[in-house]
Design a protein around this ligand. Sequence first.
Ligand code: SAM
Length: 281
Amino acid sequence: MWFSEYQTKDLKISVKVKDVLFTGRSKYQEIQILDTVTFGRALVLDNTFQTTEKDEFIYHELITHPAMFTHPDPKKILVIGGGDGGTIREVLKHDTVERVDFVELDEMVVEVCKKYLPTLSCQIDNEKVTTIFTDGIEYVAQCKEKYDVIIVDCPDPVGPAKGLFEKDFYKNVYKCLEEDGVMVQQTESPIFNRDLILNIKRYLEDAGFNIVKLMVYAIPTYPSGFWSFTLASKKYDPLEVSPEKIRERLKNIETKYYDEDVHRGVFLAVPKFLKENIPVF
Ligand code: SAM
């Protein structure tokens, strides 16, 4: 059988499926685990690919390491969303980390991923991780903690995730970061969501972040195959971290995608149409 995701109303991606391993409905969304021929096991929420075994390393290494290496000594980390656990796994590769607060809306996503996606979810039960099942928007609005790094591993800006892309959320993220804190967020397709990406940059600057930088990269299973993260920092510029320093810290960390060259390249390769007012189509 085939599974199709409508990436826009006029465009779909279809994958051949060997088996449907799980299908169920939580309070928040429809959850599926598909065993696909090309991408291995895939987590699908409301008919939208969230992650697949084959290409997840690209996303999870890049949402985690550029921000973690921008901070010289990341100890206390907040992860919002990311119910599959891939980001938690990458965060815990840093031996500076003392505590990870993992704020995910949907308990069922975490339970299902623990069972069917063990290579991603393998560190969720690590003793450094505190899992809190609540809305990340509410959490940062009420939070009195201060973090070194906040990672927003969110789905598309619809339903309960919509507020994760709004002005007030960024103001609260700023408030929950230490004076030298760094945040990073999944910010959609540069091809299909250029205006959203430019708005997010403005919202983050208005929230008070001194440095806001886009990262772009290719990934096969997300709309347009070209995807982005936005990093915002109060003090440290990711491009001022020396390659020697990254190489040194990487000695204890295993990666398949990220290294000192990718760290620079992912920020430097931002195309002109995202920096100047040039229409894409
Ligand atoms: N890599 C993915 C992508 O780009 O689509 C994101 C994956 S991760 C599974 C997204 C998680 O965010 C989901 O498990 C979902 O339940 C969670 N989520 C959605 N809205 C949320 C919110 N307001 N607060 C916390 N978690 C949220």
